[in-house]
Ligand binder design. Sequence first.
Ligand code: SF4
Ligand code: SF4
Length: 378
Amino acid sequence: MGTSPSLVSHVRAAHGPALPAALERLVAPFDGWGALVGPGDRVAVKVNLLRGAPPDRAVSTHPETLRHVLRALRKVGASPFVADSPGGLNGPAKVARAYNISGIASMCGEEDVPIVDIEDAKVTVEAPHGRLYRAFTVGEAFVHADAIVQVGVLKTHQLMRLTGGVKLTYGCIPGLAKAQLHVRAPRREDFADMLLDLHLAMAPGFTIIDGIIAMEGQGPGSGQPRELGSLFAARDCVALDAALADRTGHGRRDVYVLAAAERRGLVDLDDPYTLEGDPVEPAHDFVPAGKDFQSNLPESLQRLGRRLVTARPRLVDAHACITCGECAAICGAEAVALAPLPVFDDRRCVRCFACTEVCPTRAIDSVTPPLARFMARH
Ligand code: SF4
Ligand code: SF4
């Protein structure tokens, strides 16, 4: 990461028989997998397993893309294992269920690749270059691996605008500790700084973001799948995320993580990457996540703005609610009560939208107040 543009590879791709060749072309500008990992390396393949959802929902890493990455790693002599921490309070049964529904468990069974549960074995990792945090508690498996390779999904994000390579590292933090970080960094700018602190501390060596089927709208949990037919790869996730912003028609500086990286001098967003592969053409009709109006207000009006113009979580489909309690369990601000349907305390709520991310039935969503809807139209 630095101010000289880093290499980003982008290829047009589809799931199916041509996918292995597309992945090979994607990795070729980095001199292939053999230059990224060594024979005998234990490689932690960090996936995106937000919650249990079928592959066609684009909530979690697509198992077919992952399958071919695992095979490629094996082919150069590495020993990959798959790991991630879903959102919320995680017990072994819940984590196993998420891997099963996502199709990752059966694929890993077929490929004989182990899945490592990171919820219990934790270590502290220093973040010497951290702006907000100097240490994080993360899954031990990631720290003890010889290399981390990330394989995630291109998704919108209600808080950060996009989930790309930097945000993907967040799942190295086990279970509810993720929610606590949300509460301690309630401003979007702070949350982006925290994500960068963590990402720089974990330093994944290589990242692939799968946008063959991306998620648009209210991501990362409640948006709609959208065929984009794009695969991205980079060593430098800030450069990679800039390419994702370009492909999805976001202003680079509108993506909070990118703006935070530029503030630190990690990237020049006027010239953030050198591209190999296929042109990155913006999908202008890509549906972004809802806009954040509060951050446009002066500091003195932010409290009022929070009440009047900030989207907030709400029960939008009472019939869909199965009263599982996931939304209350993940809320680090204790802003959700089950009575028995969820009720939200807007004064406590920090608008992190972690509750909407983990809701398995999309019974809750972020709802924009009337004033903000009016502002959006004018
Ligand atoms: S709103 Fe969603 S997460 Fe909350 S209790 Fe209902 S189904 Fe569970
Ligand atoms: S209610 Fe939802 S959005 Fe509000 S703080 Fe809790 S988890 Fe975050």
